[in-house]
Design a protein around this ligand. Sequence first.
Ligand SMILES: [Ca+2]
Length: 375
Amino acid sequence: MQKVDFEGGEIPEGWTQEYVDSDIYGEHPWVIEKAEEAQYPDAVAANGSYFLALRNNSTATIGYTTRLISPVMDLNQTDVFQPILVFSHAQQQRTGDFDQLKVFYRSKASDQWVRLDGRNGNPEFNHKIAKWQRDTIQLTSQSDTYQIMFEVTDRFGRGVVLDNIEVRPMPTCEDPYGYIVSGLTTTSATVSWNASFDTDSFEVALSKTAIESIEEVDPADLVYYGFLKDDQFAFSSEAVGITLSRNQNYYLYVRSYCQGATSEWTGTSFRTKNFADLPLVQNFTAGEDFEYKSGALNHISYWSFGTSIKREDGVTMEYMPFVNTNTQPGTATAGYYAFDQSFCLAFTGARSLGTSIPAGQFVYAATPELNVPSL
Ligand SMILES: [Ca+2]
């Protein structure tokens, strides 16, 4: 394996440089720079105080290409599980111009260099990169005489910088596990979990319905979708600024992102609390206590309802009792049910009003849990 951070203040032993067409362009070497004296990308290294840079310090494009070649590495297939190259780099622009980095490998010295595909299928860093970024590239055709090569072409930008170069096996990216729901209230919840310490971040999706395949869900249909930093190992609805609904089932899905790898999605579910403070007043007022739909069997969302009455096919009658929203308030008909001709909760034996509850059957409505100490 290989890990180079240039903190020794010089290019480590075994790394070599190659000047392409040096008879035309001359020799323009990679040099170590001290972060505090550097300007581009800014006066910091990706790690420590030193990094490697290839810059055109003249006043015009030269167009040279210089290669930085690693020592021969033993990435024997039986010893190294899925090797990856992880490195930090940047290429700041100079009035629209930037230099270009490409990354290659070869399995043995007599092979041609082969270009490596970067993350997101981006095979070259052919755009300005104003700040240090860390990229992971999966290495293919591993061998016991493996080499990687960074090739930069001068296009009169502010140079290309490299730091913290690492060749290592793919980290294990454990599925999140051991979910614990805490801090459950009527409007918030916190869920924590365990995962491997190689995790960089967590992708999180929160839904009101169970989800078969997250990839096929439109994020707009989710209650929350986003990435959490690795040091949290927890999702807090309050921390991400969302208010949950009372007495509602939620399904939380999480997967780990590690360097160059993702875990499977795992998850848990919870139901928000259903407390009500006293005094409890419920007038079954449309728009206030429930969303009015004319003729629909409306319900107060945070009350519980049920019945023992079954349909002819044996299925329990759903949605009973209900608010009598198929009668117009203020009419004589409404007055049959509520003395002030307003909406009320109707206990009946069928989906239509005026049907008796059959003998021996029941229909019920239950309030939320009452917060008695609030008396
Ligand atoms: Ca460094």
